[in-house]
Design a protein around this ligand. Structure first.
Ligand SMILES: C[S@@+](CC[C@H](N)C(=O)[O-])C[C@H]1O[C@@H](n2cnc3c(N)ncnc32)[C@H](O)[C@@H]1O
Ligand SMILES: [Zn+2]
Length: 281
């Protein structure tokens, strides 16, 4: 947890600024939050209301991403961040909401030599890894559906990759010239696996629903599609299922049997949309 990041954070209870006090962060009203040995700070207001990714899910995600299967998404996201971020990119921080292990965040941070990064996730297993993902990334445990523990206009860039988003709060924490970059799956993303492995289907209207929810707070300024075919071995298929929401719905043995019936390697479609938004005045 870097001091340069702490100045962007706000107390989740009273919205006051915070300062470091030994191994804790403290606000002016005396609320205090321990910085964990692994480097992240827990700013959750109460018990999490939603499923946080488990240690197993986070480990599967880390392995799958490290193998580079989603590198085309990371590369396109970093390029779009560079193109759309304000000129003085270092003035506000680069925030990743629901940032998981910090894979995309670290890639984007490498485009901004002076920027400070703050990753937020509800899973402490994810933030533990994210705190090590990049020298300038600090990690915070918090609920993306709740008020975000950042000051108004703290961020120049906000990332949101396959993760929950609360448009009103995202707008509040962005500088007026800042940019929000959202990555969402297209309806045929991982399509070959939906029936074969009993995966959850991406809603057909997901893009339209997203546009509706954002229209009151943001204007779309760019949209890009990333599409390619991944050749995945059985281990990668197992990681892919294990790292996502499907992990909550699958019985281990049954899944392994289904994977064993697929060819190896197995061709799987990657199809996502990257959208860049500016906050409405
Ligand atoms: C599908 S993963 C995506 C992670 C990362 N953006 C990536 O693509 O590698 C969704 C992430 O959102 C986090 N998450 C789920 N509900 C959340 C919430 N209410 N607040 C913050 N994070 C949440 C999960 O812990 C998980 O790390
Ligand atoms: Zn406080």
């Amino acid at each position: 947890m870097r001091d340069e990041a702490v100045r962007h954070l706000r107390c989740p209870h009273c919205s006051d600024t915070m300062t470091r006090d030994g191994s804790a962060l403290r606000c002016g009203s005396g609320h205090s939050f321990d910085v964990a040995r692994q480097g992240y700070v827990n700013l959750l207001r109460g018990a999490a209301k939603f499923h946080a990714d488990t240690a197993e899910m986070v480990a599967a995600r880390d392995d799958f991403l490290a193998a580079g299967h989603y590198a085309p998404i990371a590369g396109s996201l970093a390029a779009l961040a560079r193109e759309t971020a304000p000129e003085d990119g270092g003035a506000g921080c680069v925030v990743d909401i629901g940032g998981g292990t910090g894979y995309y965040h670290a890639r984007v941070m490498s485009e901004f030599a002076d920027a400070e990064g703050v990753l937020l996730d509800i899973s402490k297993f994810a933030t533990r890894r994210a705190a090590r993902a990049h020298l300038r990334i600090s990690a915070v445990v918090a609920d993306a559906w709740d008020g975000l523990p950042f000051g108004d206009r703290a961020a120049s860039v906000v990332l949101n990759v396959f993760a929950p988003r609360n448009p009103a709060e995202l707008r509040r924490i962005l500088r007026p010239e800042g940019v929000l970059l959202v990555v969402t799956p297209q309806s045929d993303h991982l399509g070959e696996l939906v029936d074969a492995l009993g995966l959850l289907r991406v809603g057909e209207q997901k893009e339209e629903r997203l546009a509706d929810r954002f229209a009151a707070h943001f204007t779309e300024v760019a949209r890009e599609r990333v599409r390619c075919t991944m050749a995945l071995d059985h281990k990668a298929l197992s990681q892919l299922v294990g790292m996502g929401p499907n992990a909550w719905h699958q019985e281990g043995d049954q899944l392994e049997q289904r994977i064993a019936r697929l060819p190896e390697p197995c061709d799987v479609t990657l199809a996502v949309t990257l959208t860049a938004y500016r906050p409405l005045a």
